[in-house]
Every structure is written in structure tokens, then in C-alpha cells.
Design a protein around this ligand. Structure first.
Ligand code: KG4
Ligand code: ZN
Length: 358
């Protein structure tokens, strides 16, 4: 089963062709991605209108390249998948509308994929992985702990009540004069800093829920920075180290809380802890997650970096997993800026899946 996947929810314009075999294993035939980093870097963050216009200009070519690299024609495909949300609505409209047009012209089923579901299912593209597992998804836009029970069945165990972790890294970087996106720069500075020099809060520590909060920590960093202007590189390094250590303590505590909630709500332990999203590229955070997984007696799985961050293959794969179950979508499916993954269990009528498109 061959599926074309289109991703346009944020600042990556991406398309890929993925195969799903009957035994449930997957193969990537092409995975083409254009990151709009340069377009947004001068603004220190993603500008929605610039992103939407860039998707319009880039997407046709990216899809063409994905098909050429896969060395197939549209007639070889069994489905067209696009991320239908959540994300920046202008970009989502571009990707979903393009997918609908291809589906209509080539009389193929449409798969309107939840971007978060795509992150959640991607580990199964790489290696055999049985349900249910625990997903820690941390990117610039999302911070979630999810019980992945099956395709289309998720329980959100925790989320952030304010900033996403990647967003907090980016804001701290901006405030300390480091380039965008901030994560890798903060990590590098932290490696040269003293995490104990500035005492910083550990948000949400010890709470029974598995939620995150980053804004108080960010404010605390800003207050220290304000007291030390003009900033020396020592202060920047020490603040980055302190911030990262606080994020790690908080993350470890929140993931542990989610493991308890998982066992309580599902009655079993997860088969694995899976981490995805750009923040999972952070070596110190990965080491901390490794410790949590080892304590819980489960493996930590990290899809390869290009599949952890936004890409087309994850959308194609989620589409293929849904197609294998007959979960196709009508052409009237609406793009969605917000779309909670655990809503899948109670889909509003207008988003209901149907087996027949035509
Ligand atoms: O998943 P991703 O590539 O894109 C979306 O947000 O959709 O994640 C990007 C985010 C950015 O906020 C970036 O600063 C963060 O992931 N990030 C990191 C690291 N590398 C990227 N955060 C912490 N440490 C890193 N090494
Ligand atoms: Zn994402």
C-alpha cells in the first residue's frame, strides 16, 4: 500500500511517499522537506502569513520531487494523506486543499491526518512496536504525554498549560541574545555553564497530574537576566544550564507522573517510552528520559532525528495506518487549527470518517 503524505502545519513544507506492507511494516520511498527557517529567522519565530504563502509557492514542487524520488506515478498510489491540523490554519488549508485536489483528480481516498497522531504513530514506521506505548511529544508547538492505545485511540495524560518546551527554549534564547531556533544554542551554552549558580523554580514538581508549565520558569530566567545586564557569556551559559536543568527535573517528574496515570487508566504498563519532536534532539533531555525508562523497566525509543521533527513521511505513514483500517475521510473534511488527539474517540459529526469517498 503506497500513500503520499503532505505536511504544511508549521514552517516545514514536506511531502513523502511511504509504503505499508500487510505485515504492518513500513518503508520510506521518498521524504522531501523544505524548512522555511531562513524566511522566519529574522523575526525570531514563525510568522503565520509568511509560512502560508511559502507553502503555496513551494508545495507543488515538493510533491513533484517526492513522486520523482519514489519513482512512481499517481496511479500507483492507494491514498493521499495530508495533515488537516492542528497547526497554523493558512498552511493547513494549503496542504489539505492540495491533497483533496489530487484525491479528486486521481479518484483516490483522502486521509485527513491529525498531525499529532502522525507523531504518535511514526515509531511504528521505523520498527515493530506494539500498543499501548507512552509518547512524550515535545516540539516548538506541542508538549504532550499520550497513551497510544491503537490507531485512532489516544488518551492525553498531560499537556502544557502555557508554553511548549521548544517554545520556552526559543524564548530563553531570544532573551539571552542567542540565535533562532534556540534549542540547540541553549543546549550548547548549557554544556559550558554552571546549573547551580542561579536557583530557578521547578514547575509542577510533585503534582499527581502530568501537566507542564514553563512560563514561571521563563519569567524567573528573565528576572535574573535583567539583574545581570549587560549579559556576559558566563551569565548566559549559567542561565542556560540552570534553565535546562529545571526543564529536565520537571520533565522527569512529569513523565513519571504520566507512567502512574498510564498504569492506572489502562491497567497495564506501556510497552515503551517513545520521545518525538525537536526537543528530543537534546542530549541531556534524552539521557534523563533514558533514566526514567530504565527505572520503569521499559525501552526508550527515539525515531531518527529527521522523523522526530516535522516531515511528510510521518503524515503518509499515519495515513497508511488509517487506510489499512478503512478510516478514510470525505472531501468535505475541514482544516482545523485546533484538534485534540483524544477527541478521536468522540469525533464531531462533521468530521466523521467514512469508508466511501466517492
Ligand atoms: O519538532 P520541531 O522541529 O518543529 C516544530 O516545533 O514543529 O521542533 C522545533 C523545536 C524548537 O522550538 C527548537 O528550539 C527545539 O525544538 N529544539 C530543541 C533542540 N533542538 C531543537 N530544544 C532543546 N534542545 C535542543 N537540542
Ligand atoms: Zn510536529
Amino acid at each position: 500500500m503506497l500513500v503520499l503524505g503532505i505536511e504544511t502545519t508549521c514552517d516545514e513544507t514536506a511531502a513523502a511517499v511511504v509504503e505499508r506492507r500487510d505485515d504492518g511494516s513500513g518503508r520510506i520511498l521518498s521524504n522531501v522537506i523544505h524548512s522555511q527557517l531562513n524566511e522566519h529567522a529574522p523575526f525570531g519565530g514563525v510568522v503565520p502569513e509568511i509560512a502560508a504563502r511559502a507553502h503555496v509557492e513551494l508545495l507543488d514542487d515538493i510533491i513533484g520531487r517526492a513522486m520523482t524520488e519514489a519513482n512512481i506515478g499517481f496511479s500507483s498510489l492507494q491514498g493521499i494523506a495530508a495533515a488537516a491540523g492542528p497547526g497554523l490554519i493558512g498552511g493547513v488549508i494549503v496542504g489539505l486543499t492540495t491533497a483533496k485536489a489530487i484525491a479528486l483528480v486521481h479518484r483516490l481516498p483522502l486521509l485527513a491526518v491529525n498531525h499529532l497522531e502522525a507523531h504518535a504513530l511514526t515509531p511504528r514506521l521505523v520498527a515493530p512496536l506494539a500498543f499501548p506505548y507512552l509518547l512524550f511529544l515535545a516540539s516548538g508547538g506541542h508538549t504532550q504525554l499520550l497513551a497510544v492505545q491503537d490507531v485512532g485511540r489516544y488518551i492525553r495524560l498531560g499537556t502544557t498549560v502555557d508554553d511548549a518546551i521548544g517554545e520556552a527554549f526559543d524564548k530563553i534564547a531570544k532573551l539571552l541574545g542567542l540565535p533562532y531556533p534556540g534549542g540547540p544554542h541553549v543546549e550548547k551554552a548549557a554544556a559550558a555553564g554552571d546549573a547551580d549558580r542561579f536557583p530557578l523554580p521547578r514547575p509542577m514538581l510533585g503534582r499527581a497530574d502530568a501537566n507542564f508549565s514553563l512560563s514561571g520558569l521563563k519569567t524567573a530566567v528573565r528576572q535574573v537576566a535583567d539583574r545581570h545586564t549587560p549579559l556576559t557569556s558566563d551569565v548566559v551559559n549559567d542561565l542556560c544550564a540552570g534553565f535546562q536543568a529545571a526543564v529536565i527535573d520537571s520533565t522527569v517528574d512529569r513523565v513519571k507522573a504520566s507512567l502512574k496515570l498510564f498504569a492506572h487508566q489502562l491497567g497495564v504498563a506501556p510497552t515503551a517510552l517513545v520521545a518525538a519532536g525537536g526537543v528530543a534532539a537534546n542530549a541531556a533531555i534524552r539521557a534523563a528520559l533514558d533514566g526514567v525508562a530504565a527505572d520503569a523497566g521499559i525501552p526508550l525509543l527515539l525515531p531518527p532525528a529527521p522523523l522526530c521533527t516535522d516531515n511528510g513521511a510521518m503524515i503518509a505513514w499515519a495515513g497508511a495506518e488509517r487506510l489499512a483500517l478503512g478510516l478514510t475521510d470525505v472531501l468535505a473534511t475541514a482544516p482545523r487549527a485546533r484538534w485534540r488527539l483524544d477527541e478521536a474517540a468522540t469525533v464531531p459529526a462533521q468530521f466523521a470518517n467514512t469508508r466511501a469517498n466517492f
